[in-house]
Every structure is written in structure tokens, then in C-alpha cells.
Design a protein around this ligand. Structure first.
Ligand code: WTA
Length: 638
């Protein structure tokens, strides 16, 4: 199989696989004790399987049908009424969990805030009442651009409560990225902050938001949370302080939860694809609720005694599903940390695990590799005995990082759940459960109800240990319903590549034991430090600079980041290559798209290799960069 963008850097099945089997203690704690049995039942009777799970949650009105499949458009819990916030908050207030901690938050400078289920629900109600009284109705899209502070989940939940789909834009994105996302969603309301803290520095969110809004005139109201206290311009008639609104009588703690249909949109989350225009991945109240609830419960064996920490940002799907919705649906205590892992010292994470008694840590391989560099002495100073399980997400975890995580952080006792999934899938799809034996570097088996396969272009399964396309063969409750405003692109991108199945865009191989090893992206998506970026987005940002005529971007393997961005640039006449220009272009991308998209390296070329029809051959640039065979160059323009 040709896999232009996927190289087997991290995930390679070891010749003699090394097994890590669950301990008696882990097994005893497990919700699911026999994976094979549960998995078999889930495929034989999917409707029974999913409806049994759905019945663990509360519905205003039950479904007429579990599932409707009008290829490639799915509906789940058809005819049912449910609001995810009813299950994430309202439901718990009737039980002892009313006074349990829902959120624990620690700011980068050390301050902390906590919210019981009662307190969180009260804040959400008050803000939902504010939004409603400002005219935000069911179906209105609200864009949220906030740092990692409690107001971020509060704003998300307030929108969901009144049936207004939220579109969260990661706080590390910048002007163009924010503007494009606001415009596509046609949001009238933008929720932002005066600034945020990261690595001891202040991020000027309001400044970026204002610049984006200048080019996105649909925004009528900007609600601004005060985080840093720095002076920011407030435009009369448009900008309002969050704390001012929350002190008015309109911020009523009584707020009816909108009785949404199971299929009503809950949020869209924009993600990078093969073109410059980000795709609004649309998720719904009912199916997403069932999927995030059960995956978190079974994969991490969540119990009421746990303190769960998903160290992602709520601005990405991992944070949506496993900082906000999944934990609250399970009535768990979710920990959120605002800042950088190494601030002020490289023991920050380990110190928080000790101080808060974190029992499950869920993070990305890039963070582990980054912290590994500082050595074992930093974690060694801390009592990490509260941990019982570890998780990994976002990119393949190389066996070396897996073993370090297992030995140094998990002290050899904590199994690692390597979870494969996507913004589009809404929930974890390929993953061990704690009862499954592990092999470092493999995401192991599909979650119950999920049918995954590794196939060739025609959809035929490839033999064991052979690279192929990773596909999903049947619909699942938390799957995306469409690309917002673009059902055609949804069909084309995901359901038309290999006949009859969902194409993930990843390549993988399956070993003789049936374990899946995800290799990486096969398209123009690059995972940089676990963040998902499109080559086209970076290229579009580069060509807005006056010196740039053309550009092409590739992902280059990087020891810590997984992949780093390398950009090739053709200059316009009258501009000369220089180190100063490299720095200027990197700053330009950071300003337009965000610091995470800043190219690691920029090289100047007289021309880019293109096909005769004018398409840039990124594959060739990549092969040359990595010193690999150039492959088929018959279409290359002379
Ligand atoms: C990659 C993140 C290997 C994969 C939840 C996928 C992984 C993309 C893993 C989706 C994993 C995620 N092992 N690769 N455990 N988890 N990926 O939408 O390439 O930001 O297609 O969702 O991340 O990225 P996204």
C-alpha cells in the first residue's frame, strides 16, 4: 500500500510481542471483566447493546427506534428527547452527588477553584439565563474562545442547556483560524476573555478576538471574562463583561433545561482536513451522550472515589468528551489545570497528582516524551500512589515512551489505555479495557459496538502485519452526523473512499493476535504535539505574507512533537531568502493561525515540484526531506 504521509516512526509491532496482563486488583475493579464476551454480544445485538447502555441515563421521552441508517447518514435514539446537561448536571442534584466535587481547577500561578455539582449547576443556570435573556435561542450557534478556566466548561454547558450549539475555538488558535470558524458558524455571540496565562506569559485573547471580529461582522455581542485583569478596550454596544452580566437580575439561578431531541445538535468542533477551510464536525445530544458516558466508564473504570484528570484542552475533542461531558455524565470529579506542564518546574504535573490524589491520568504521548526529557528525578520526588490507571491519546505512543510512562509514572502498577479516536468519532473507538492484556504501542482492540478493520483500496481485509487503511464498518452512537452546512463533503470525505465503510484517514496494521497498531495519517493532516493541523491551513497562512508566492508544508518526524511542520517557500521576485525572513514568516504564521502552527523549519526553493495538472507533490518533498525513495514520479512536471 502506498501511504504518502504515514511513516512507521512510532508504532512498529515488536518481533516478540511483550505482554502486560492485568493484575488481580485491576480485574477486580473492572466494570467489564470479559472483553470477548461483551464484544461478541455488542456486534450480534447492537440495538440491545446500545439501548441497555442508554437506559443507564435519563431521557425526557424514550426512543421509538434505537438506530436508523440511511447511508451515510445515521440517527440514534430516534424520537427520543434528552438533553446532555440534564444527565451531566440536573440528574445528580437529586442524589448525594449534589455535594460532590464536579470540577477542581488549578491556575498556573497556583490558585485553585472548586465546584460541587450543585455549585457548577448554579453557575451554568445563571449563565444560561443570561444568554437566554440576550436572545440566544435553541439552534443559535455560540462561539467560545477562552483559556483553560472554569468559565470554559460553564459556557459550554450553559449553551447546551438552552439548546444553542457551541463552537469552541482552542485558545491557542489565532486571528484567521478564529475568524473562519466564527464565519462558518455565523455566530452572533462570542465568549472570550481579557487574556490567559500559559508558561508564565499572558496571551492576549481579547486583542485576537477583536481583530477576528473586525472581519466577522456577524458577531453582535462579545462577552468578556476577566482573567488577567490587564486593561483591554471594550467597545460600547458590543462588549460586555461576564462578571457584570452575572451580577444582574437576569442571571437567574432558575433555568429550565431545554428538552432537546436526541438528534438536535449539541456542538460543532472545527477540525483540519485536506483543504484550507476547516470542517465543522457536528455532534448531537443523544448519541454523543451515550458514547462518551460509556467509554469513559468502561475504559477507565470510573468510580465515585476517583479523581479524574484529562490533561487536554477543552478546546479540542478530547477535552469536550473527557474533561467536560464524559466525567460529568458519570458523576465524576474532573480536574483541570490551566497552564504548562513544566511551569514553574518540570515536576508541576507530578506535584498536582500528589496534592489532589489524582487516580487516573489521561494525556498525549507528546507530553510524556516532553516530560521524559527531564529525567526520573522529578517524578521520583512525588508520591504517585493515588494513580491506578493511565491513558494515552492523540497519536501513536512509541513503545519507549509507553514503558517510561508505565514504569516511572505508573510505578509498574498502572495499565495504560492507549485510546485511538477522532474529532469525528466523538468517543474512543479502539482501545484496551482494563481487563485486556496490553502490548506497548498498540491501541489493541475495538471498543464494544465498534467494528474496525484494516483493508486495501477495494475494502478487502489485508493479511496480518500488512499496512492498510483503518476503517470503521458500522455506525456508532457518538459518530459525527455531518459537516456543518456541507453534507456533500461529509459523504465524499468519509464514506466514499473505500466502498461502504467509514475511512478514518489513518493507516494501520493488525498483528496475528488481532491487535491493531495505528501508524499515522495518510492525508494532509499533521499531528503536531497531538494537535491536529492541516497542511493547507499553514500554507494559506504563509501565502498571505507579501514575500511568499507559493508554499508547501509537510510533517517531519520529531522526537518530542511526534511531527513538526516543515514549510517550503517560493519567494516573489524582489525578495531574498534570509534568516530574518525565516523568523518573520514563522511569526506571521503564529499571528494568523496560532503558535502551534509555527513551522519548525522553513526552506526556500526556486520552484515546488508539481504534477502536470499543477498539484503540488508534497509526497515528493517529504520523501526527499527524509531521504526516502521518491516513488512514482511519472506525473512530475519537467
Ligand atoms: C490520531 C484526537 C494513534 C489519528 C482524539 C487520528 C491516534 C487523529 C491515537 C485524530 C492513538 C488519535 N494512536 N493515533 N491512540 N489517537 N490518533 O481529531 O491519526 O484531534 O486520526 O482527535 O489522531 O485527531 P483528533
Amino acid at each position: 500500500m502506498s501511504s504518502p504521509n504515514a511513516e512507521s516512526v512510532p508504532a512498529t509491532a515488536p518481533a516478540a510481542p511483550e505482554w502486560f496482563r492485568p493484575s488481580a486488583e485491576v480485574l477486580q475493579h473492572a466494570w467489564v471483566k470479559d472483553y470477548d464476551k461483551v464484544y461478541k454480544r455488542s456486534l450480534e445485538d447492537p440495538e440491545g447493546f446500545w439501548s441497555d447502555i442508554a437506559k443507564e441515563l435519563e431521557w425526557y421521552k424514550p426512543w421509538d427506534k434505537v438506530h436508523e441508517w440511511n447511508y451515510p447518514f445515521a440517527k440514534w435514539f430516534v424520537g427520543a428527547k434528552a438533553n446532555i446537561v440534564h444527565n451531566a448536571l440536573d440528574r445528580h442534584l437529586k442524589t448525594w452527588r449534589r455535594n460532590k466535587l464536579a470540577l477542581i481547577w488549578e491556575g498556573e500561578s497556583g490558585e485553585s477553584r472548586t465546584f460541587s455539582y450543585y455549585e457548577l449547576s448554579r453557575e451554568v443556570n445563571r449563565f444560561a439565563s443570561v444568554l437566554r435573556s440576550m436572545g440566544v435561542k435553541k439552534g443559535d450557534r455560540v462561539t467560545i474562545y477562552l483559556p483553560r478556566i472554569p468559565e470554559l466548561p460553564i459556557a459550554m454547558l450553559a449553551c447546551a442547556k438552552i439548546g444553542a450549539p457551541h463552537s469552541v475555538v482552542y485558545g491557542g488558535f489565532s486571528v484567521e483560524a478564529l475568524r473562519d470558524r466564527i464565519l462558518d458558524a455565523e455566530s452572533k455571540v462570542l465568549i472570550t476573555a481579557d487574556g490567559g496565562y500559559m508558561n508564565g506569559k499572558v496571551i492576549k485573547l481579547k486583542e485576537i478576538a477583536d481583530e477576528a471580529v473586525q472581519k466577522a461582522p456577524c458577531v453582535e455581542i462579545e462577552i468578556v471574562v476577566r482573567r488577567t485583569g490587564q486593561p483591554v478596550p471594550m467597545e460600547a454596544g458590543r462588549d460586555l463583561w461576564y462578571h457584570d452580566l452575572m451580577s444582574l437580575p437576569i442571571a437567574s439561578p432558575r433555568c429550565e433545561t431545554e428538552q432537546t431531541d436526541a438528534e438536535d445538535p449539541l456542538f460543532m468542533l472545527y477540525t483540519s482536513g485536506t483543504t484550507g477551510k476547516p470542517k465543522g464536525i457536528l455532534h448531537t445530544h443523544g448519541g454523543y451522550m451515550v458514547g462518551t458516558y460509556i467509554t469513559l466508564k468502561w475504559i477507565f473504570d470510573l468510580k465515585d472515589t476517583d479523581t479524574w484528570w484529562c490533561a487536554a484542552d477543552p478546546g479540542w475533542i478530547t477535552g469536550h468528551s473527557y474533561i467536560v461531558y464524559g466525567p460529568l455524565l458519570n458523576g465524576a470529579t474532573s480536574f483541570i489545570y490551566e497552564g504548562a506542564p513544566t511551569f514553574p518546574y518540570p515536576n508541576r504535573w507530578w506535584s498536582m497528582i500528589e496534592r489532589y490524589g489524582i487516580s487516573v491520568l489521561y494525556t498525549a504521548p507528546t507530553a510524556i516524551r516532553g516530560l521524559m526529557r527531564f529525567g526520573e528525578a522529578w517524578p521520583g520526588k512525588h508520591d504517585l500512589s493515588s494513580l491506578r490507571l493511565l491513558g494515552s491519546v492523540g497519536e501513536p505512543i512509541n513503545p519507549e515512551a509507553w514503558r517510561w510512562y508505565h514504569r516511572v509514572i505508573g510505578r509498574g502498577r498502572c495499565p495504560i489505555m492507549d485510546t485511538w479516536w477522532q474529532t469525528e468519532t466523538g468517543m474512543i473507538m479502539i482501545t484496551p479495557l482494563p481487563c485486556v492484556a496490553l502490548k506497548p504501542g498498540s491501541a489493541t482492540r475495538p471498543f464494544p459496538g465498534v467494528e474496525a478493520d484494516v483493508v486495501d483500496e477495494k475494502g478487502n481485509p489485508v493479511p496480518a502485519n500488512t499496512d492498510g487503511f483503518l476503517v470503521l464498518k458500522r455506525p456508532w452512537p457518538a459518530m459525527m452526523r455531518t459537516i456543518y452546512k456541507d453534507p456533500e463533503r461529509y459523504t465524499q470525505l468519509y464514506w466514499n473512499k473505500v466502498p461502504g465503510v467509514y475511512t478514518t484517514g489513518d493507516s494501520a496494521r493488525r498483528d496475528a493476535d488481532g491487535y491493531i497498531w495505528v501508524i499515522g495519517r495518510m492525508d494532509d493532516v499533521i499531528k503536531v504535539s497531538g494537535y491536529r493541523l492541516g497542511t493547507a491551513e499553514v500554507e494559506s497562512a504563509l501565502i498571505t505574507h507579501p514575500a511568499v508566492a507559493e508554499s508547501a508544508v509537510i510533517g517531519k518526524p520529531h522526537e518530542v512533537k511526534g511531527h513538526a511542520i516543515k514549510a517550503f517557500v517560493v519567494l516573489r521576485p524582489g525578495h531574498a531568502a534570509s534568516d530574518a525572513l525565516v523568523e518573520e514568516l514563522r511569526a506571521h504564521v503564529a499571528h494568523h493561525l496560532g503558535p502551534i502552527a509555527k513551522p519548525e523549519e522553513i526552506a526556500f526553493l526556486p520552484a515546488l515540484p508539481k504534477t502536470r495538472s499543477g498539484k503540488i507533490m508534497r509526497r515528493l518533498l517529504k520523501a526527499r526531506e527524509l531521504g526516502q525513495a521518491e516513488g512514482d514520479t511519472s506525473t512530475l512536471e519537467e
